[in-house]
Design a protein around this ligand. Structure first.
Ligand code: SF4
Length: 329
């Protein structure tokens, strides 16, 4: 039996809800591709079902819910809902409606975006409803962004100056807003210097992820090249948080646009995702049954200080917890 693993008491549990698969960019490594049951629309387009999903998630992951199987392995004091995509701000109106609903239910709320739709007006509208703004930015180079696929159908790319102005607006509207930049290191940007981007946006956290071949491995990067990227950015270590491929599997709580838990398919060479039953139909407890989740990896991401060494490979600590819970009759 795996011994209980307890986090610092004030830890926060983070649930990533990928509200949509749609995106105006076309990154070749994009992980936002889910199997859709026939003729079903993404939940984000239905305000009533969206609210019901959020309520069920909050009840299930509420810190006082002793029936949540994760409680055997870790403690947390609050729950953050991270809205992701695709590109969530393709549906700005829906997001702006959803934020106060999620807050009222009890969530701390954050959002991650590619930044292309974020202007000062939208930022001002949502800044007081979110505690963290995540920005996914891979390169300062227009040529590299084009090669990665970070441009829309008309070839337009992120306007970094415009985004920086929006971020400044966010900080004015909500001085407690935290900003995070995510960079996926891949074959195209492996030689880039991200210093100018980080200095411009001044994030509290810079997450450096090694491209994980989930759907496509054409831009996969070698271990050596990833390590070199990390070493070349050692001057940013105080805000940097590094995630290699093994840190990323079984360590995110993820919900897809149809309201199912999902995680990366297990096994060497496995591609794609495995899914739970829909949460609205089965209930959160039954849907969560059988999802594999590694508490130590999760705690490294959300609790460890920036610059800390990544969690060793699973074999070096313990097998990832396999959280099998009995579904209610
Ligand atoms: S910006 Fe994000 S969601 Fe959009 S294509 Fe790129 S990786 Fe996928």
């Amino acid at each position: 039996m795996v011994p209980p693993f307890t986090s610092t008491p004030a830890g926060q549990l983070v649930i990533n809800w990928h509200i949509t698969e749609a995106c105006n960019y076309g990154c070749h490594y994009c992980y936002a591709k889910w199997e859709k049951p026939d003729r079903q629309r993404e939940l984000v387009h239905d305000a009533g079902r969206t609210k019901e999903l959020l309520k069920r998630l909050y009840e299930f992951f509420h810190p006082d819910n002793k029936g949540n199987p994760l409680r055997q392995h870790m403690d947390w004091g609050s729950v953050r809902l991270n809205l992701a995509g695709g590109e969530p701000l393709l549906y700005t109106r829906r997001v702006l409606e959803m934020l106060p609903v999620a807050r009222d239910i009890g969530f701390d709320v954050s959002l991650i975006t590619n930044g292309s739709k974020l202007d000062s007006a939208i930022m001002a509208s949502m800044a007081t409803s979110i505690s963290m703004l995540g920005l996914s930015i891979d390169s300062p180079s227009a040529r590299n962004n084009e090669e990665i696929g970070r441009s829309d159908r008309r070839g337009r790319q992120l306007d970094l100056a415009g985004l920086a102005a929006a971020v400044d607006q966010g900080r004015r509207s909500n001085p407690r807003l935290r900003v995070k930049v995510n960079t996926v290191v891949n074959q195209v940007n492996q030689w880039d210097d991200m210093t100018s981007v980080i200095e411009r946006l001044r994030p509290e956290k810079w997450k450096v992820l090694r491209m994980l071949p989930v759907v496509d491995d054409s831009l996969a990067v070698s271990q050596q090249a990833f390590n070199d990227f990390v070493i070349r950015h050692a001057h940013l270590a105080s805000i940097r948080h590094v995630e290699d491929n093994q840190d990323m599997t079984e360590s995110y709580l993820m919900v897809d646009p149809m309201g199912r838990f999902f995680q990366n398919a297990a096994g060497a060479g496995a591609r794609g995702y495995r899914y739970s039953q829909p949460i609205l139909e089965a209930g959160a407890l039954a849907a969560f049954a059988g999802m594999r989740f590694s508490a130590p990896k999760f705690l490294f991401r959300y609790v460890a200080p920036a610059g800390a060494a990544p969690v060793p490979s699973p074999g070096a600590i313990s097998a990832p917890f396999n959280l099998m819970v009995a579904a209610p009759a």
